[in-house]
Ligand binder design. Structure first.
Ligand SMILES: *Cc1c(COP(=O)(O)O)cnc(C)c1O
Length: 366
């Protein structure tokens, strides 16, 4: 039996070890653990890769969302429209700044429906937070259009979509702010928690630089209240190395996804089509099937690691009880939740691995 792990971080380290160890040793020898030059170098390399003016490195993607919202002036009394099928961080960030999350249902491809967004806009709406789930971009042209017509700001949750494009434009460069995660399971991954914010607006970047370091403009002057959310030098050095390999990672994931699409084309699974305007980076490869739990167990018995992103919609989580949405509130999202299954698609999988997974999916009889 073949073993096809859902992720393979050990393999990643083994492949990078010779390049990585001297860089880490040099950083430890310098002992510039916090506030070293590596962070600024990473920020400018990311800005070039992402085609944005400013990148601010932070301790997590969640902080990028929270600080982005705060810098955009979102707070108590404000409503932010976001999808109910993201990782919890998107909604949690809205709650963290004291604003109210308002959910908009999704399309068959799991991304937020612009029609649902339009229907959710009220006099209190201040922002739209699309999530580019799985590495596929949300409908940014329609979302930016709506935002412009209603005077709203847009913060892209780009945690899963580094390098993705929509109509040629890169994720995190379209809205007013982009929030990225470099969590170990993301396509650009640190050896721990990390994240960063993108923006074309120098004022926003300046505010976020203050928030991440206690509002200190110099050693002894606190201009505003902040907190600690700095990226460590070691993580910055690791990310710099991995950023150089990211185009290869994306290419490998796209090739694996294309092979799945071909081998599963006539199988009883739904795979959202990839439109002409999309350049998807496949942070995850999600299929929608009947008897998902049975298929997941069947694949598990055959050495294939899978995951579910995410089995419980955010509006049905215990924490969301106070928002007052019961079952049936967002029917498309809720109909997908028991059907979605994430297949392994990472960059260390070979065509034979993908063929094996596809063969087993096809062999499954509910
Ligand atoms: C991973 C993720 C985040 C949060 O990133 P962290 O770095 O773990 O804080 C936010 N939104 C989405 C959609 C994510 O997948």
């Amino acid at each position: 039996m073949r073993n096809v792990p859902y992720v393979d971080l050990q393999r990643q380290f083994a492949a990078e070890r010779d390049e990585m160890m001297p860089v880490i040793e040099a950083a430890l020898a310098r002992a510039d653990y916090v506030g070293g030059a590596a962070v600024e170098k990473l920020e400018s390399e990311l800005a070039a890769f992402l085609g944005v003016e400013h990148v601010v490195a932070l301790a997590s993607g969640t902080d990028a969302l929270i600080f982005g919202l705060r810098a955009l002036g979102i707070g108590p009394g404000d409503e932010v429209i976001t999808p109910p099928n993201s990782f919890v961080a998107s909604t949690a960030a809205i709650v963290a700044v004291g604003a109210t999350p308002v959910f908009a249902d999704v399309l068959p491809d799991q991304n937020m429906s612009p029609k649902a967004v339009a229907a959710a806009i009220t006099a209190r709406t201040k922002a739209i937070m699309p999530v580019h789930l799985t590495g596929r971009m949300a409908r940014m042209d329609e979302i930016m259009d709506l935002a412009e017509r209603h005077g709203l700001v847009v913060i892209e949750d780009a945690a899963q979509s580094i390098g993705s494009r929509y109509d040629g434009r890169l994720s995190g460069s379209i809205g007013h702010v982009g929030a990225f995660s470099a969590h170990p399971l993301k396509n650009l991954n640190a050896a721990g928690d990390a994240g960063f914010l993108t923006t074309a607006d120098g004022d926003i970047a300046g505010k976020v630089r203050l928030y991440r370091n206690h509002g200190l403009v110099d050693r002894n002057t606190v201009e505003c209240w902040g907190t600690v959310s700095r990226l460590d030098t070691l993580q910055a050095e690791i990310l710099r190395l991995r950023l150089a390999r990211l185009p290869w990672v994306i290419e490998r994931r796209r090739a694996n996804a294309a092979l799945y699409r071909r081998l599963l084309a006539d199988a009883p699974v739904f795979m959202p089509p990839c439109g002409d305007t999309e350049f998807n980076t496949f942070h995850t490869f999600v299929i929608q099937v009947d008897q998902r739990d049975a298929l997941q167990a069947f694949l598990g018995e055959r050495g294939i690691g899978t995951a579910i992103h995410y089995p419980v919609p955010i509006h049905l989580q215990p924490a969301a009880l106070t928002l007052g949405h019961g079952p049936g509130a967002f029917p498309v999202c809720e109909s997908q939740a028991p059907r979605i299954l994430t297949l392994p698609v990472h960059q260390y999988l070979e065509p034979d691995d993908i063929a094996y997974v596809a063969e087993q999916v096809r062999a499954f009889r509910p």
